[in-house]
Design a protein around this ligand. Structure first.
Ligand code: TYD
Length: 140
């Protein structure tokens, strides 16, 4: 799959449509918006203040993480460097390459973390132990 670093990840700006209407509308289309096609969408919500999510890496999955409502911080870790992204706009998504540890923290009240993923759920794709992640990165 290749060895990606946190510097291969970035914020993708989504289209925002607001012509002749009140409010905004943002779009993600396969083959157009993202470097991958979307096979699954899930979202995290009702996260109590002070609690974190994530705390794992994916071997192959690519993702776009969007603060559909509210805000939170995503910290990516490639085993050598960490980079934190504050997400608080529904028209911005953090593109996450495979093979990176991620922690989601500091959820605001009412925050919704929407995740667009390149594949269906596969628990074999997860690395949930940080030490195993570091070992995986060294042989990846
Ligand atoms: P988990 O990946 O640990 O959530 P997060 O990384 O956001 O903290 O998933 C939590 C639970 O939900 C776990 O029991 C697996 C289940 N789950 C699915 O069944 N399908 C999915 O697509 C996802 C993402 C999770």
């Amino acid at each position: 799959m290749g060895k990606f670093s946190v510097f291969d990840c970035s914020i993708i700006e989504l289209d925002r449509h607001h012509e002749n209407r009140f409010g905004n509308l943002s779009v993600v289309e396969n083959g157009k918006t993202l470097p991958f096609d979307v096979k699954r969408v899930y979202y995290l919500y009702d996260i109590p203040g002070g609690e974190g999510r994530g705390a794992h890496a994916h071997k192959n999955l690519e993702q776009l993480i969007v603060a559909a409502s509210g805000s939170f911080t995503v910290t990516l870790d490639d085993g050598e460097c960490k980079r934190s992204f504050f997400l608080n706009r529904p028209y911005q998504g953090l593109y996450v390459k495979p093979g990176l540890w991620r922690d989601l923290v500091d959820f605001s009240s009412g925050a919704v973390a929407m995740v667009l993923a390149s594949d269906i759920y596969d628990k074999e794709d997860y690395i949930r132990d940080y030490q195993k992640f570091i070992e995986y990165k060294s042989i990846e």
